[in-house]
Design a protein around this ligand. Structure first.
Ligand code: IPM
Ligand code: MN
Length: 369
């Protein structure tokens, strides 16, 4: 099949991890006879430096004309003093809005091989497999009015949702839950916020169309605690933009490292794929970045934009295989066996590539007999 992928590597460790992820996609294309076309584009701090804008028109055009957009990371301390609308992050928010994907899927899976890596006890993390569905185009991130008046010392952001915005993201969560363990946990702050009351009433209404799926509501503060105490209780977690941003980072504690988490944003004109981790400028260029979040994001590209489920699963198995063999990037060193080898970003990419090639070769030779 043919897939045109816009590759927006961005800032910090973005280019390093993106390089490994696209390498894996190229391998899948070669092994399976697919035609994946990669076109690079600028976004974030690098785009500000080179063009003056965090999302140049050419990038937007490229993205809208692609079948999928793969984004590395944006963020550069160099621009920390700028107002939010001029920072590298503004480019990310603008492209999210332009592509129109409102459901950000963030799986959080506890790999048995990394059990010693989480500060949580293995019996707490064992078997955890949560899918966060984070609403991505509403709430405080995009609500107006928004301003900071330096003279009066007053500032405003607006948390705003329409019923329609809640319905569409809730439907995604329930549909995905139907194919999993059939439970949706909707997270809000309905004891304080009207927006959350609308959210809760709407999700409850949508749930009626999915009789096989159990719905529970949690307040975001107690959810933050339950997530660490009893993460196995959760299947699909549905929540608004900011709560989802915070809880998905918290969930990284279960997997052992933020560097492991992939994401896909669906529902719009073009799907957007980005690892959950940021640009990590402190380790950029040192070979310490973990490319597995980006590589697992590549698997999501195959699953959600190419309908190559077997190939997506093969990448996920290859990652597991490499971890089982004891290979670790620096972020995964904690709590690991002293015999484990610490590998660089590119070595980790090569190891996954090898494991994937071997698995696909095995499958093809099995089919041949
Ligand atoms: C994320 C990031 C972004 C967000 C930032 C970089 C704007 O933290 O994708 O989780 O807040 O959505
Ligand atoms: Mn975040």
């Amino acid at each position: 099949m043919k897939l045109r992928i816009a590759v927006l590597a961005g800032d910090g460790i973005g280019p390093e991890v993106t390089n490994e992820a696209t390498g894996i996609l190229r391998a899948v294309a070669e092994l399976g006879g697919h035609d994946f076309v990669f076109t690079p584009g600028l976004i974030g701090g690098i785009a500000i430096t080179e063009t003056g804008s965090p999302l140049p028109a050419a990038t937007l055009e490229l993205a809208l004309d692609s079948d999928a957009v793969f984004l590395g990371a944006v963020g550069d301390n160099k621009f920390a003093a700028l107002s939010p609308d001029k920072r590298p992050e503004a480019g990310l928010l603008q492209i999210r809005q332009a592509l129109g994907g409102f459901a950000n899927l963030r799986p959080s899976v506890a790999y048995a091989e990394l059990a010693g890596n989480s500060p949580l006890r293995p019996e707490v993390t064992e078997g955890v497999d949560i899918l966060f569905v984070r609403e991505l185009l509403g709430g405080l991130y995009f609500g107006a009015p928004r301003w900071w008046d330096r003279d009066s010392g007053e500032s405003v952001n607006t948390m705003r949702y329409t019923k329609g915005e809640v319905v569409r993201v809730a439907r995604v969560a329930f549909s995905l839950a139907e194919k999993r363990r059939k439970k949706v946990t909707s997270v809000d702050k309905a004891n304080v916020l009207e927006v959350s009351q609308l959210w809760r009433a709407t999700v409850t209404e949508v749930a009626r169309d999915y009789p096989d799926v159990t719905l529970e509501h949690q307040l975001v503060d107690s959810m933050a605690m339950h997530l660490m105490n009893i993460p196995r209780n959760f299947d699909v977690v549905l929540t608004e933009n900011l709560f989802g941003d915070i809880l998905s980072d918290e969930a990284a504690v279960i997997t052992g490292s933020l560097g492991m988490l992939p994401s896909a944003t669906i529902g719009g004109a073009v799907n957007l794929y980005e690892p959950v981790h940021g640009s990590a400028p402190d380790i950029a260029g040192t070979g310490k970045a973990n490319p597995l979040g980006a590589i697992l994001t590549a698997a999501m590209v195959l699953r959600h934009s190419a309908h190559l489920e077997a190939e997506a699963a093969a990448i996920e198995h290859a990652v597991q295989h490499v971890l089982a063999a004891g290979h670790r990037t620096a972020d995964l060193a904690r709590g690991s066996d002293p015999t484990h080898a610490i590998v660089s970003t590119s070595q980790m990419g090569k190891l996954v590539h090898q494991a994937l090639t071997e698995a696909i070769d095995r499958r093809q030779s099995m089919h041949a007999v």
